[in-house]
Design a protein around this ligand. Structure first.
Ligand code: ATP
Ligand code: MN
Length: 477
């Protein structure tokens, strides 16, 4: 039997309508009121049972977590708190739940506790809201690029090029660990491995996306990305989803303009489509903030923060300007930074990024023209010979949300850089071919999807915005 979604019923203007619903019990009060939720909306449907019409043994089975199918009459609610309710006619228990053992009780659970119950946490109001926002955001991502005329490309997940993230990649191998074939040097012989060479899980689809941009014009990827970095932070996962647009004939300014338009556009979309969920998450964050010391409280609420980002231009600042601001900043002079900012060329740490975004500018910041030495080989060199056309977008509370650049399109300059950085040029023959045949200025960026979901939901820990987080020592489920 096809049931009607609870979301549809809660919005319905019709009354005295006979309907069937299916969902899970959130609570059952006074042997009379079932709060039923089917995941379609934040709010539950109140289903009113005439307990005299049902067997005691049936009523006993209506417990938190149990799955029900209910047929009844949708009427104007008799009580306050909701507009409609369902007068239960027939009720069947599709799946029992043991109330003694079901871990999701109708009370507040800590996020840490729920991480251990990742297979059930989506049955909580908070996680259902987060995951609906996540879904709406991914749809908004595709919608934005498709409407802008971009093509969606799927770059490989198993990659044979290790030019990018040396050291932080997950190896893909079918070699027998107990009986590994060795080469003459006594090292694992990858010639005998599945692909006949060393392969890894991708850390970025950029290099491959570039090949497609130089044929299709404007493309984007949106797929899983893997980093074996052993960083236990609230912003890093070992498996995350990255969005990587790559555009032919774009310079760095075009790239920044696109990134800014993209972020504001998808945020506008969810603000519109996820009003209920965002209102709930906004209140959740406000409550959480209440329990913090004054100094750590957020100056803005969640929805206010999203609107602020949509309504205000991102501040564009060169690395050199940012360096001067940081060098002359109070925390630097008072030696409050763990990494002091004294010499031009230092890499910016998250403490510096946060200072710039949260203390100095108080808005999203695009930093550009970084020192060449702290950036990747493929970024376009500026005429000053010291900086490259890189740009990072920094967000309040998140830090880096986007990393991008204009790519080096000049063959000789790129080859020279590859040699300087001791990267295996042979491996990159296909990448260099792009600079041999119809090379054009082009640009792109990578946006970590979970960091965007963090911003949109106000969740502090990245582990709470992906269904099954993978982090060091943790791949359960
Ligand atoms: P960070 O300095 O925060 O580690 P990064 O410089 O390593 O970031 P890039 O290599 O530029 O990041 O990747 C592009 C984007 O992917 C980042 O801006 C960020 O949004 C996201 N990202 C990078 N690493 C992770 C990770 N381990 N987990 C989740 N998102 C990530
Ligand atoms: Mn990183």
């Amino acid at each position: 039997m096809k049931a009607t979604k609870i979301k549809t019923l809660l919005q319905s203007k019709e009354r005295n309508l006979n309907v069937t619903v299916q969902g899970w019990v959130k609570t059952f009060r006074a042997n009379r009121f079932i709060a039923l939720n089917d995941g379609s909306s934040l709010n539950n449907l109140q289903c009113v049972v005439d307990f005299e019409a049902f067997e005691e043994s049936t009523l006993k089975r209506i417990t938190t977590g149990a799955a029900l199918q209910i047929e009844g009459l949708l009427i104007e609610s008799q009580g306050g708190g909701q507009e409609v309710e369902l007068q239960v006619n027939t009720l069947s228990i599709i799946g029992d739940s043991d109330p003694e053992k079901y871990p999701i009780q109708p009370k507040k659970h800590s996020l840490e506790f729920l991480r251990e119950k990742a297979h059930l946490r989506v049955r909580t109001t908070t996680f259902a809201a987060i995951m609906r926002v996540r879904s709406a955001l991914s749809f908004a991502v595709h919608k934005f690029f498709q409407e802008e005329g971009f093509f969606y490309v799927n770059t490989p997940i198993i990659t044979g090029s290790d030019a990018e993230g040396a050291g932080e990649m997950f190896r893909v191998s079918t070699l027998d660990l107990k009986n590994t074939p060795l080469n003459e040097e006594g090292l694992p012989n990858f010639k005998e491995d599945f692909f006949g060479k060393e392969t890894n899980l991708t850390v970025s689809g950029q290099l491959e996306a570039e090949t497609y941009a130089l044929g299709l014009g404007e493309v984007y990827t949106f797929g899983p990305t893997f980093r074996a970095e052993n960083s236990n932070t609230t912003r890093h996962l070992a498996e995350f989803w990255m969005i990587e647009p790559e555009m032919a004939f774009y310079d760095l300014t075009d790239n920044m303009n696109l990134a800014e338009k993209f972020i504001t556009s998808v945020l506008k979309d969810v603000l519109e489509r996820c009003q209920e969920d965002l209102k709930f998450l906004d209140e959740r964050l406000a409550k959480e903030d209440q329990s913090k010391p004054q100094a750590e409280r957020s100056p803005m609420g969640l929805i206010e923060k999203i609107k602020f980002v949509i309504d205000n231009d991102f501040k564009r600042v060169s690395y050199t300007e940012a360096f001067e601001i940081l060098r002359n900043s109070k925390p630097n002079k008072k030696k409050k930074f763990v990494f002091p900012v004294n010499e031009w060329g230092v890499d910016l740490q998250s403490e510096h990024e946060r200072y710039l975004v949260e203390k100095h500018f108080n808005c999203p910041v695009i930093l550009y023209d970084y020192p060449a030495n702290i950036k990747a080989f493929y970024m376009r060199r500026n005429d000053d010979e010291k900086t490259v056309r890189a740009m990072d977008i920094l967000f309040p509370g998140i830090g880096e949300i986007v990393g991008g650049s204009q790519r080096e399109e000049r063959l000789e300059v790129l080859e020279k850089r590859i040699e300087e950085m001791n990267i295996d040029k042979e491996e990159l023959w296909w990448y260099l071919d792009l600079r041999r045949f119809g090379s054009v200025p082009h640009s792109g960026f990578g946006l970590g999807f979970e960091r965007l979901v963090q911003f949109a939901t106000g969740m502090n820990n990245i582990r709470d915005v992906i269904p099954f987080p993978r982090t060091p020592q943790n791949a359960a489920f």
